[in-house]
Design a protein around this ligand. Structure first.
Ligand SMILES: C[S@@+](CC[C@H](N)C(=O)[O-])C[C@H]1O[C@@H](n2cnc3c(N)ncnc32)[C@H](O)[C@@H]1O
Length: 214
């Protein structure tokens, strides 16, 4: 999928009520941002935001934060949500590597949706399921560790299962073909932008729901 360059992306993002401009200021205060104590789910690399917007509409009693590095993608996401009135959704334009500056122990679930695969071994530590990232997540979970991951990339998926199990996560649901699985998996109902394209191309989607309970 091609990434569009959005004209005036900076201005679009800057003027959106959904965008949190200085997220580091809200570390340990995200419940104040949302005005409630509901669980908070974080998507890393939300792209154009379709998944997190749909999830926020579907689950009004859960708070969602979509984080995206690219300003053009973020501008498209805020444009996509601008007409909605969702008090349980916020967006951040920042590098996922800096999440510990933005969050204390306040996140319930992390969504990793079609993340960059970083296929070369020398880049493996940049994968969102590398031990480096799993250690960062430990510092922002409220209580139990919980990751939900979807990808079309077999190598990334295999490496994720390995690093998650080495890190003592257990898998409550695994699917090697999410959209043709006989079992009903609730998150299957909300597709990301990349996922919609892959469904059309009939490519299998790999899915894992991984938890670690203290
Ligand atoms: C392949 S796209 C998937 C987008 C979306 N999740 C979907 O499924 O449609 C991966 C996204 O992750 C973003 N990304 C990559 N590295 C990132 C990082 N370190 N921090 C935040 N976002 C990142 C990219 O800019 C891109 O928008």
């Amino acid at each position: 999928m091609r990434y569009n360059v959005v004209k005036n992306a900076q201005a679009i993002v800057g003027s959106s009520g959904y965008l949190i401009k200085n997220p580091n200021n809200y570390k340990n205060k995200w419940h104040e941002v949302f005005g409630n104590k509901n669980p908070i789910c974080l998507e890393l690399g939300m792209g154009r935001g379709s998944f997190i917007i749909e999830m926020a509409k579907k689950h009004p009693n859960t708070n969602y934060i979509g984080l995206e590095l690219d300003i053009n993608q973020t501008a498209t996401a805020v444009k996509n949500v601008e007409k909605e009135k969702l008090s349980n959704l916020k967006m951040i334009c920042a590098d996922a590597a800096t999440i510990i500056d933005m969050f204390g122990k306040e996140i319930d679930t992390i969504y990793l949706t079609f993340s960059e695969p970083w296929p070369k071994e020398k880049d493996a530590k940049k994968r969102f399921t590398s031990t480096n990232y799993l250690k960062l997540y430990d510092r922002i979970y409220k209580k139990n560790k919980h990751i939900i991951m979807k990808t079309d990339n077999k190598i990334l998926f295999a490496s994720a299962l390995e690093s998650l199990s080495d890190y003592w996560y257990t898998f409550t649901k695994v699917s090697l073909d999410l959209h043709n699985d006989e079992r009903r998996i609730e998150d299957e109902e909300v597709a990301t932008d990349f996922e919609r394209q892959y469904i059309k191309e009939k490519r299998p989607i790999y899915y894992v729901d991984a938890i670690f309970k203290d």
